[in-house]
Unconditional design. Structure first.
Length: 307
């Protein structure tokens, strides 16, 4: 089955699958592999400005396919990030973790396509008012920082798709063709994969973390820092269990050592941000093979629906 919808046409891709812009994980090799497979690789914009610029140029060395960049608004506070994106000729931007009105007008004035990541209908409506072109709708089962008020992809995607009218990309819980087909049934026109891409051959993280994903069950992630209003979903480890016993764990501070986890494989050094879908990932594969299997299964599932 070929794809032709608002997402593929706006992004200029063959397959409406995005890789999550995971800081220290989605290095140029992973970003380019996703784009080369027909999807949309995303450069994480959470790193220092010149490092992000270097990543963009390295991705361009590795692929002639479209790729994009994520701007986490509360982290990327330097408005020069917009100038840098324009200078580097990146045509697609996702924004997240902050008010969409801060950068959307600037990005749109520069002729860029802008999608905003939203964890609720209220946030989606604000993004629509800000003038974004589309929405990445992120359920609470996904990895990373979450909405303090939990809502799943199954509930959130059809709600936003019905009420907002913009193209929707589903995020959280998508790892293969069956879950991609489910996202389409819910009203999405694409999906973003994070944990599945972290556990790929091109992912920059240490093999210890990849093997931890393979060993994880569907119940082996947990939300931390919920009492502080900034919950994040992480892999349950001995460190995480010790934090769960504290009235004020301040898990966010533990992320200061996340590069030790990602680069050296020390699971006790920091917090591994993983989604519940880790329980469905059981093999480390090259990105191209992940795409091949995903699309084959998607066709089989969609083709079987009339029966």
């Amino acid at each position: 089955m070929g794809f032709s919808n608002r997402v593929t046409r706006a992004l200029g891709v063959d397959v409406p699958i995005l890789s999550a812009p995971m800081g220290w994980v989605a290095r140029p090799e992973l970003v380019a592999a996703v784009s080369n497979a027909g999807g949309m690789g995303l450069v994480p914009g959470s790193l220092p400005l010149e490092e992000v610029r270097g990543d963009i140029r390295r991705v361009r060395d590795l692929t002639d396919k479209p790729f994009g960049i994520n701007v986490p608004i509360l982290v990327a506070r330097d408005p020069r990030v917009v100038d840098m994106i324009v200078e580097e000729r990146v045509g697609f931007v996702t924004t997240s973790a902050g008010p969409p009105a801060r950068y959307t007008p600037l990005l749109k004035d520069a002729g860029l396509t802008v999608y905003h990541v939203v964890p609720s209908l209220r946030a989606a409506l604000k993004a629509v008012d800000a003038g974004v072109d589309g929405l990445i709708v992120e359920g609470n089962e996904g990895a990373g920082f979450k909405n303090p008020r939990e809502v799943s992809t199954m509930v959130l995607v059809p709600l936003v798709a019905q009420r907002c009218g913009l193209p929707v990309i589903a995020a959280g819980g998508v790892a293969d063709g069956r879950s991609l087909a489910a996202a389409f049934c819910l009203g999405a026109e694409g999906a973003q994969m994070g944990t599945r891409m972290l556990a790929s051959a091109e992912s920059a993280v240490h093999d210890n973390l990849k093997q931890a994903v393979l060993a994880a069950t569907e119940t082996d992630t947990v939300l931390l820092d919920g009492a502080l209003g900034r919950p994040m979903r992480v892999l349950r480890t001995d460190l995480v269990d010790s934090l769960l016993d504290l009235p004020d764990p301040d898990a966010f501070a533990r992320l200061a050592h996340v590069t030790t986890l990602y680069h050296e494989g020390d699971l006790a050094a920091s917090l591994a941000q993983l989604g519940q879908v880790a329980g469905r990932v059981d093999e480390i594969l090259p990105v191209a093979e992940i795409f091949r299997r995903t699309l084959k299964e998607f066709d089989e599932v969609v083709g079987g629906l009339p029966r």
